[in-house]
Structure formats: C-alpha cells, structure tokens
Design a protein around this ligand. Structure first.
Ligand SMILES: [Zn+2]
Length: 88
C-alpha cells in the first residue's frame, strides 16, 4: 500500500516580491524628490546625503546615488591675468 507522495512546496496565492527601489544618479549632495508624479507622487522633499554618497527617499524609496562629486566649482573661477594698464 503506497502512501500518497508528499505535496510539493507549492506556494500559491502569494504576491510576488516588490520590485527593487529605483536608483537615481545625481551630481549633487542635495537632491529633491517628488515621486516623479503619477501614482507614486508625493510632496516635494529636499534631502541632503552628506558624506554617505547616497540617500533614500522616505516617501517613494527611491535611492539617489552620487555619481560625480561636485568638485569643479572653484576651478571654474580661474583668475586670469587682467591687463588693464595698456591705455593712457
Ligand atoms: Zn520620493
């Protein structure tokens, strides 16, 4: 007399896992997020990632990752030689 085979781990009715949070590459430590509008829209919030290099939005779980540090701000103001002693 054979017993019935054990039922397989058939998981039905379970919702699929949520998709991973969206990663948004940014160039500044200070970012603003409003959820992108639509169904995931939320009030506009400003976030400062500080030294961590990334920050996650508490509303829509988006992750803002710093991809290029803003280090060329002062370099743009290169004091060129100003020659103004050419006139009379
Ligand atoms: Zn957001």
């Amino acid at each position: 007399m054979r017993t019935a085979p054990p039922a397989l781990a058939f998981q039905s009715g379970q919702a699929p896992p949520p998709p991973p949070p969206e990663v948004i590459p940014v160039h500044e430590h200070r970012v603003v997020c409003d959820g992108g509008g639509g169904a995931l829209g939320h009030p506009r919030v400003y976030m400062e990632m500080g030294d961590s290099g990334f920050v996650e939005c508490g509303y829509c779980d988006r992750r803002f990752v710093l991809v290029h540090p803003a280090e060329a701000e002062d370099a743009a103001l290169d004091p060129a030689d100003y020659e103004g002693a050419g006139g009379v």
